[in-house]
Design a protein around this ligand. Sequence first.
Ligand SMILES: O=C(O)c1ccccc1NCC(=O)[C@H](O)[C@H](O)COP(=O)(O)O
Length: 260
Amino acid sequence: MTILEQLADYARERTEQGKRKRSLEELKKQALSLPDKKFEFENAIKRPGLSFICECKKASPSRGIIVHDFPYVQIAKEYEAAGAECISVLTEPKWFLGSNEYLKRIAGAVSVPCLRKDFTVDEYMIYEARVLGASAVLLICSILSERQINEYISICDEMGLSALVEAHDEREVTMAVQAGARLIGINNRNLKDFTVDTHNSFRFREMIPGDILFVSESGISTGHDVKKLREIGADAVLIGETLMRAEHKGAKLAGLRGVI
Ligand SMILES: O=C(O)c1ccccc1NCC(=O)[C@H](O)[C@H](O)COP(=O)(O)O
C-alpha cells in the first residue's frame, strides 16, 4: 500500500470517528449557518503578482519531524506580517503531526485566508473545514474520482470555500480541468515515491487554461525557483519546509519574493 493510500484510508477512519461524535447532518447544519467565505482564498490569489501560500507543517512522511519547536499561531502571524497572501495548515495527525485545533486557532488569529491541508475523502471533511475556519480545502486527484471532485467543488461553492485541486501528471491535470477546478495545484512532489522536481510545474503549465488559477506546490526553496515560476505565469506558490526550517521567516519570505 502506498503512503497516499494509507493517508486516504486513515482520513476515512478519522471521518467515521468524527461522525460517531457528531453526525453529518448536525455538522452540515452548523457549517451552512456560518457566514459565506466569499471565495476569499482564490480572490487573494487572483490579485496581481505572484501570491505566497505559506505552510504550517511540523512533520511529513518524506521528512519526518521538520521542526521540534512548533509555535503554530506565532508562525502563522509571522507569515501574515511578512505579507503571505494565504496560509496552509496541515491537520493530518498521524504522519504530519497536524491537528484540527491548529487550524481553528490559526484561522481565528490571522485575517488572511487559510487552506485546510488534509486528505479530503468525504464531504464531512469539507463541512468540518468550514467549521474550523478554513477558506479552502485540498482535493487530490490521485485519491478521488473526477465525479467526487466535481461534487466536492459544488459543496465548497455553497459556502464560498475554494477548492485547490491537486494534480501531479498529465492525466490528473486533465481530470482536474474536466471536473471544473478553478484553482489547480501542480505538486512537484511525487506522492508515491517522494521525489521532487520543480520542472513538473513547467511541464504542465501549458495544459492549464488561462482562466484557471495555477499554483506550484512543493520543493520550492530558492529565489531562483520562485523567479522561474513567476516567469511561466504561476499565480501562487505553496511553500512548506523551506519556511518551516527558516529561523527568520519574514526575511526568508522576502528573499524568496526577491525583495532583498
Ligand atoms: O511532504 C510529504 O512527504 C508528503 C507525502 C505524502 C503526501 C503529501 C506530502 N506533502 C504534502 C505537500 O504536498 C506539502 O506539504 C506542500 O506541498 C509543501 O511542500 P514543501 O514546500 O516541499 O514542504
